[in-house]
Design a protein around this ligand. Structure first.
Ligand code: S3P
Length: 170
């Protein structure tokens, strides 16, 4: 692979983790994931972290793992990120400096359907998940936009077609 890491950003349900793994396999490089790095660092699941230490602590951990990656000499990897990573200005700056940032976008309907299929998303474990989903999405769209180098609309794309699109574009 080239010496520039590829970073996948996007809302819950955009397929960042699965696509990141497939892409890294094609590029024969490491597949990293900020949620997984946080779980490895703390020994706690994301759900447990939200419950016992709160969202603010989770956000601080996102900044910590990004800082560690940025300070490391690692240059060949695909990084999938949690959907809220762009909320912090510091994270947005680090992401842009780390490599090529790709925003995996899709229609809200498709994102919601995909996000719902997997449990363990503490932010959606609420009484009216679709309403919360729409509110979070509205707040974040411009942040994904300002952070990315490239946007891919995956509404009509399978994961493997998305991987191909990324390979064609980078
Ligand atoms: C979050 C998204 C999750 C995870 C955490 C918070 C968010 O990752 O980081 O539950 O704020 O959107 P995915 O985007 O992989 O679901």
């Amino acid at each position: 692979m080239k010496d520039t890491p590829i970073i996948l950003i996007g809302f819950m349900g955009s397929g960042k983790s699965s696509i990141g793994k497939q892409l890294a396999k094609q590029l024969q490089c490491d597949s990293l994931d900020t949620d997984a790095l946080i779980v490895a660092k703390t020994g706690k699941s994301i759900t447990a972290l939200f419950e016992t230490e709160g969202e603010a602590r989770f956000r601080a951990l996102e900044t910590e793992v990004l800082g560690e990656l940025s300070a490391s000499s690692k240059k060949s990897f695909v990084l999938s990120t949690g959907g809220g990573i762009v909320l912090s200005e510091q994270n947005r700056t680090i992401l842009k400096s780390l490599g090529t940032v790709i925003w995996l976008n899709a229609s809200p309907e498709v994102l919601f359907e995909r996000a719902r299929r997997q449990p363990h998303r503490p932010l959606l474990e609420v009484e009216y998940p679709r309403r919360t989903f729409d509110q979070l999405l509205a707040k974040r769209l411009s942040l994904y936009q300002e952070t990315c180098n490239l946007e891919i609309d995956t509404t009509q794309l399978s994961y493997s077609k998305t991987v191909k699109a990324i390979l064609d574009l980078t």
